[in-house]
Design a binder for this molecule. Sequence first.
Ligand code: ATP
Ligand code: MG
Length: 424
Amino acid sequence: MAQSPRIVAALDVGDHRVLALIGELDAHDQIVIRGVGLAPAIGMRSGQVVQLRPVVAAIKAAAEEAELMAKLPVERVFASVAGIFISGRLTRAVISMGAREREVSFADLETLHDAVRRQPLPVGHTVLNVVSPTYALDDQDGILDPQAMVGRQLAVDCYVLACQESPVRTVEKAINEAGLEVDEFLFAPVAAADATLTADERRLGAVLIDIGFGNTGYAAYSGDKLLAAGSFPIGSNKINDDLVHRFQTTATGAERAKREAGTMLLGDVGEEETISVPTIEGRGSHVISRRELCKTIRLRMQETFELIAAEVWRQIPQDAPCTGVVLVGGGAHLEGLAALAEEVFVKRARLGELEGVADATHLLASSELPARSPAVGVGLLVHARNLLLPSALPVVRDRRRKEGLLRKISRKVFAKGEVERDHV
Ligand SMILES: Nc1ncnc2c1ncn2[C@@H]1O[C@H](COP(=O)(O)OP(=O)(O)OP(=O)(O)O)[C@@H](O)[C@H]1O
Ligand SMILES: [Mg+2]
């Protein structure tokens, strides 16, 4: 049985776990999550495949679990990628439409989008995502869709995320070997932003931070535009490494101490409080100061936030409004982390809640999946759904990945007779 046109599927291949999600669009175009599959990720390091076979097995296991739960087959997925091999910048491309004023055609858009994709990049790099494009026609800025409007010169302003080709190609190979096709790759923090930022936050400015196992990624929006994005190969597991070294304990002991005794609110921890952790060879245990434990965790998180803040303030224009910080990812569960983010960014901070999906909580609830870990997966579903909506805006995408026949048919079925819009 082929994948139905109203089914969207996501694959978030993280360093810690692979998460597969299957969503179905209801009558109001809301995503209802039908299937969830989770498998421990072995063979991933800071977003890169370092051992292919176990990654293929994990993707297969997660996808099959989701299909079994949903009782729906999946052939194509939207997949996340993240890592230091991805970086971005604001870009403007311009084309002339000739000496006389005329209407902007679909072909003009294609030419303009090709100009974005052909911008010079370092050897071995390619364009991964072109985010929040807006158009300028002669002197008018901020146009969302210029088709059929009249002018002589057409420009696009967008945020271009470029990546080294080989790490992304290897993730794609792993997904293909697991029996799935990739519809589109999306930079993980951008996907997480699709799932958690409100429309007001995108407009008035917000920094989304995704704290995973091996990576911490960020995406800063203001004025409905992505203005800065990137990641550092420092995830929540770095805290465990710090604790192992500092307190001579095991990795498992460090993870447990972090989750059960860790807090960023040092004022809540008494000088005399102690906890017991396993010794490094794992046979005995020793007593350590809880305050020292929390200080070690805090230092790592403070440093991570400072790195991100420095990058965000370097990249976004000084006059761009920014109201706050939103935290997602498994690592966001540390007690008091939002308070620490407020201190470093000097902005309001909150934990991200999943938006745009109907009744996600009970299916996503699992002891293995902390509540903020699925933000990227859910964001991929939201992105996939938005592309199918008849009101979707023009998308700048790789011509090699141009809409396949199935997707075209699905959009036609989805649009229920409405005139199909042109997309790149
Ligand atoms: N309650 C908790 N307190 C603190 N940290 C937690 C808690 N629960 C999970 N984590 C941390 O979350 C991390 C996993 O996060 P997540 O599920 O987002 O990983 P991932 O997406 O696989 O990784 P990455 O995004 O780096 O590829 C682990 O390092 C784990 O220690
Ligand atoms: Mg992740």
